[in-house]
Design a protein around this ligand. Structure first.
Ligand code: DAH
Length: 341
């Protein structure tokens, strides 16, 4: 029996060294130590031994079992380590392989211009206000002193919204002037960027959807001098330190007096070039002193308060600043075009 046990020990050692997988190791465990395993068979025969032999063989059998169990544990750890090493090797990343270049986008030229202009006014202490694009006709027209039969309504060919009463797609951000004034918080110093809609045919300078930025300042003692000062600073910030401005008389129903402001051409400095169509000036915005009727309609006492307002089309600013000659390019989302900004 002693020899048998020694035989099992050396057979186990031999087989263990040949095992190369966890599955093989488990099979070997069953073969050696399992219920029908070699060692168990031996132990079962212990009963036929003499009283002197029994403890000797018993001790040896335990030794052999301990040896096999220990070796199996070592083998198991070695196999697990091998497996880990193999995985690490197989799954390494070759950092010298060429990577996939990710195409990073950037802001749209319109967004660049809008953010730029917003920043300028924020720097001058203005707040940003917003209003709805689907607007009550009252805010878009009546409250701005444009009554039902006023010709300005025809000029702004308008998308009316059927079925929900007197609603339309706003034709101008001026509607938000009224909404801000109606809140009753004075003084007011806001700019309002946003989309506006007009039933215009698409061409190189027209789009049924475009952007405007509105400005409104209301306080005690606001004069045309405040308007000119603020807008002259704005023009310098937008087009450059040497920019000059001029104001031409104009008419808007919601301002009195009204004017249009031109800036000296940033491209040629006023000498005349393609950008300014040889005039030396570029048209920037409409402006004026808020009409007392407009203040009163919005609940502001025009004897105590006065204000100025201005409004500009932002596509035109973007086109001038970036030298874009066709407005449609801004809406076609051609990446080759957009990449240039
Ligand atoms: N709302 C005018 C337009 O769409 C632009 C405008 C002119 C706005 C004069 C103003 C302003 O606030 O004072 O043509």
């Amino acid at each position: 029996m002693k020899e048998k046990l020694e035989q099992i020990r050396s057979m186990a050692a031999e087989k263990l060294s040949a095992v190369d997988s966890l599955k093989g190791l488990e099979e070997l465990r069953v073969e050696l130590l399992g219920k029908k395993g070699a060692l168990t068979q031996i132990l079962k025969g212990m009963g036929s031994l003499s009283a002197e032999e029994r403890p000797v063989i018993g001790q040896l059998a335990n030794e052999v079992r301990g040896f096999i169990e220990g070796e199996m544990e070592n083998k198991k750890n070695a196999l697990l380590a091998d497996e880990q090493a193999r995985k690490l090797k197989e799954e390494t990343i070759d950092v010298t392989m060429p990577g996939k270049v990710r195409q990073l986008g950037h802001r749209h030229p319109m967004t660049l211009v809008i953010d730029n202009i917003k920043d300028i006014f924020i720097g001058m202490g203005y707040e940003i206000a917003e209003g709805p694009e689907v607007e009550k006709a009252y805010y878009n027209f009546e409250a701005l002193n444009i009554p039902k039969d006023h010709p300005a309504r025809d000029e702004q060919d308008t998308f009316y919204v059927d079925g929900i009463g007197d609603f339309l797609l706003r034709t101008q951000t001026s509607s938000v002037q009224v909404r801000v004034m109606e809140k009753g918080k004075l003084p007011i110093k806001v700019v309002v960027p946003g989309r506006v809609y007009r039933s215009d045919e698409v061409d190189a300078t027209h789009s049924p959807v475009f952007h405007q930025l509105e400005g409104l300042v209301v306080d005690k003692g606001i004069t045309m001098g405040d308007l000119k000062g603020a807008l002259a600073v704005f023009a310098k910030e937008l087009f450059g330190e040497n920019t000059k401005v001029r104001f031409r008389p104009h008419h808007f129903p919601f301002t009195e007096p009204s004017a249009e402001m031109d800036a000296s051409c940033f491209a040629c400095g006023g000498k005349g070039c393609r950008v300014c169509k040889d005039s030396g000036w570029i048209e920037v915005l409409g402006c004026g002193m808020v009409h007392p009727k407009v203040l009163e309609m919005s609940g502001i006492d025009s004897k105590v308060y006065s204000g100025f307002a201005f409004g500009m089309g932002l596509e035109r600013v973007a086109m001038q600043k970036f030298g874009i000659t066709d407005l449609r390019l801004l809406y076609e989302n051609d990446v080759k075009f957009l990449k240039q900004f």
